[in-house]
Design a protein around this ligand. Sequence first.
Ligand code: ADP
Ligand code: MG
Length: 323
Amino acid sequence: GDVVSRIAAGEVIERPAAVVKELIENSLDAQSKTISVEIKDGGLASIRVTDDGEGMSRADAPHAFERHATSKLRSDQDLWSIRSMGFRGEALPSIASVSNVRLVTAMQSDSVGTELQMRGGAAPQILDASPIVGTRIEVTDLFHNQPARKKFLKSVPTESSHITRVVQQAALAWPGVHFKLICNGQETLNYPAVAMDRDRIGQVYPRFLLDQTVLVEAGQPGARITGVIVDPNHAKASRTPQELFVNRRPVRNAAVAHAMVEGYGSFLPKGQQPQFVIFLEIDPDRVDVNVHPSKREVRFAEQEAIHQLVRRAVRQALSRSEP
Ligand code: ADP
Ligand code: MG
C-alpha cells in the first residue's frame, strides 16, 4: 500500500491483536451469531476470522478495502451510540496495507460467493467462491513490509495472550454471540451463546463466579451499572479480573477504578485489588471517547456522578452479601 495508508495503519494496527479486534468488530457489525478466530504463531503467521454474518455482495466486497469508501461517515460519538463498531472505513484498508489478505464472502441471496485476494496492497483479484453465507478473512505475513514494527512485536506467547484478551473482552460484551479461539490448531476458547451477562462471565472466568461474587446493579438518569464483583471475604480467587465496559466497549477509566476502591472501603483487605466485571451504560453524549487514539480510555461529562454511582453500587452489593 501507499505510504499514507501504512502510516495510518501503524496507529490502528499495532500488533496482531489489533487485527483480531477489528475483524471481530466487523463480524459483530454484520450481525454474526458465531465468530471463530484461528491464529498461527500468535497471529504473526496468520489470522483467520470466520463469521456467519450478512456477508458482502460481489459489488460491495472490493469497496471494503478502499479507505473511507465504506464509511457511513459516522462521528466518533455516533460510533458509541449504536451497535456499529466500525473504525470509519479504515480497518480493512489499514490491515491490507501491511499484510496479505484473502477474503471469502457470500450473502443469503447469492448463488455464488466472492473471493478476494490482495497482495502487497495491490488491487484485489476477484474470484468465484462457494456460497457459504458469511465472511472469512485471512491475514498472512503481517507487517512483512514494516521491519521496524515487526521488531517491536513480542514473543508468540505474548501476542497470543493479547489475542486471547481481545476475544475474551468481545465475548464478555456480546454474550449472545458464540466465540471460538483456535491457536495453532488447538481450540483454546469456546463460549457458546448464552442469554445473560452472568452466564458469559462464568464461561470466561469459571472459577471467579463460583460462590465468590455478588451482583451489582444500580442506576440513575442517563447511567446504569450492572455486573459482578468479588466479595473479598469469600474470595480465594487466583484470577483477578478487572474488566470495565462502557457501552459494551472495554475501557480503562481512573475515576471508576478509584470509585471501585472507595466502594469496597474496609471490605478490601490490605494489599488486595478489587475484582470485577462491570458494565456501565451511559448516554453516549456524556462520554468522551477522544482521550486516546485507541479509544481505550474514556472520560465522562459527569465524572462525579459516575464516581458516586459506582461507589454506591459496589457498597450496596457488598453490604447485601454480608451474612
Ligand atoms: P468500518 O467497519 O469502519 O466500516 P472496515 O474497514 O472495518 O470499516 O470495514 C469496511 C467494510 O467492509 C464494512 O463497513 C463492511 O461493509 C464490510 N465488512 C468488513 N468485514 C465484514 C464482515 N465480516 N461481514 C460483512 N461485511 C464486512
Ligand atoms: Mg470495522
